[in-house]
Ligand binder design. Structure first.
Ligand SMILES: [Zn+2]
Length: 86
């Protein structure tokens, strides 16, 4: 499945194990990216932070589970892609 597809089409219900797995993978990839840049926190792409705030790994994970990925922001999707491409 295409990465963008799961981000925006899968229900963000917290009991959706597939979504949960994807979120974990995203956070793991983002963490790797963060470490490679020598940063301490990740830009949070959740629907609440909307790529405007940096959060710790576990906070980003819980935000994504709770709020889902932010939609319809070109810069946001670029940030997400950047963080995924490790
Ligand atoms: Zn957030």
């Amino acid at each position: 499945m295409d990465r963008e597809e799961w981000m925006y089409k899968i229900s963000r219900a917290s009991n959706d194990l597939a979504f949960l797995g994807h979120v974990r993978k995203f956070v793991a990839a983002a963490k790797k990216h963060r470490v490679s840049l020598g940063r301490e926190r990740i830009i949070c792409p959740c629907n609440s932070c909307k790529n405007n705030l940096v959060q710790e790994d576990n906070v980003v994970q819980s935000h994504l589970i709770r709020h889902g990925f932010v939609k319809d922001t070109p810069s946001g999707s670029i940030t997400v892609k950047k963080q995924i491409q490790v």
